[in-house]
Design a binder for this molecule. Structure first.
Ligand code: OXD
Length: 314
């Protein structure tokens, strides 16, 4: 039996190395290279071609190569993991992913808080003009999405001295983080967030949640950080909100089309910071034990780690 990678746009070298280091006997295939489909028990996937998973009759587990599973859900033929006999669907949950994300967010928040965008623009004009510092007490950070990554980021930002609150779909007590939930509490959450961070999973409910209506409910001149998915954001609405001053700037790591097309208006916009989907990249060495542990669980009939809830879409 064997496992396979199905990830057309990703290099698998370091993944194979990390898995082989822990289990040199592991048989690993890489789609689309020819291999008997019936030997595959577990598929590691990222943007797999739609329909291809149907070719694998012995598949017991479909594992996303990241924290998100939205790339899997775009396949209408994805087997329903709740139906008996179908493969389980799992994602990678990793402390290093959470740590790296919180580091990126701390940097993005401080970049805005210490007004670096302004000083970078000044430098282009040889202009020496200190601004008054902003006060941490007057700057509330609102995090949409308080899963493993959101909680880790909230705690790290709190440690840095910021007041942090969160918003999630359903009620849950999260120690030390004041949390709002559901559509009913969205407006009051937004009215407090001087810096809005989106770390939501992409679902039918959250698609384009970052839109003009949302921006109009934030304190005037709020700052947006999107590290969720490009489809959380209505891109044209961001440009309008920046023009109108509803938002003072944005830091974006994810985009509707990736790589971001060369002629996209975001590239030249002075108030938008762009990074190429690097806020937190899965580290193969760090997640290899989790993949092998799930393979072992599959072989011994135990329930798998980090299974997704298909109804919730995450
Ligand atoms: C992920 C990602 O989902 O890299 O892990 O976006």
């Amino acid at each position: 039996m064997a496992i396979t990678f199905i990830c057309p746009d990703r290099d698998t070298t370091s993944w194979i190395q990390a898995l082989k280091e822990l289990d040199p006997t592991l048989e690993i295939r890489v789609w689309p290279k020819d291999h008997p489909r019936a030997e595959i028990e577990l598929a590691l996937t990222w943007n797999h071609p739609k329909g291809v998973l149907q070719e694998y009759p012995s598949l017991g587990c479909i594992c996303s190569m990241g924290a998100g599973i939205d790339h899997l859900l775009t396949d209408p033929s994805l087997p329903d993991p709740d139906l008996p006999g179908n493969p389980a669907i799992v994602r990678l949950v990793d402390q290093k992913l959470a740590w790296d994300m919180s580091e990126y967010l701390l940097l993005a928040v401080l970049h805005h808080f210490r007004q670096f965008n302004f000083y970078q623009a000044q430098k282009k004009e040889n202009n020496w003009q200190p601004l008054l510092p902003l006060g941490k007490k007057e700057m509330v950070i609102g995090i949409m999405g308080l899963g493993q990554l959101g909680k880790a980021a909230a705690k790290r930002l709190q440690k840095a001295g910021f007041y942090v609150c969160g918003w999630r779909d359903s009620p849950k007590e999260i120690d030390t983080i004041p949390t709002f939930h559901g559509r009913d509490q969205l407006d009051v959450f937004l009215s407090r967030a001087h810096i809005l961070i989106c770390l939501l999973p992409l679902t039918r409910q959250t698609r384009q949640i970052l839109n003009q209506d949302t921006f109009s409910k934030l304190p005037h001149g709020a700052y947006l950080i999107n590290v969720g998915r490009g489809d959380h954001l209505k891109e044209a609405d961001l440009l309008t909100a920046l023009d109108q001053g509803l938002l003072s700037g944005a830091c974006l790591d994810v985009f509707q089309t990736e790589p971001l097309p060369g002629d996209h208006p975001f590239w030249q916009h002075p108030k938008i910071v762009i990074t190429p989907h690097i806020s937190s990249q899965t580290n193969p060495t760090s997640v290899a034990p989790q993949i092998l542990s799930n393979l072992d669980r599959l072989r011994t009939g135990k329930s798998l780690l980090n299974q997704i809830n298909i109804k919730k879409e995450y």
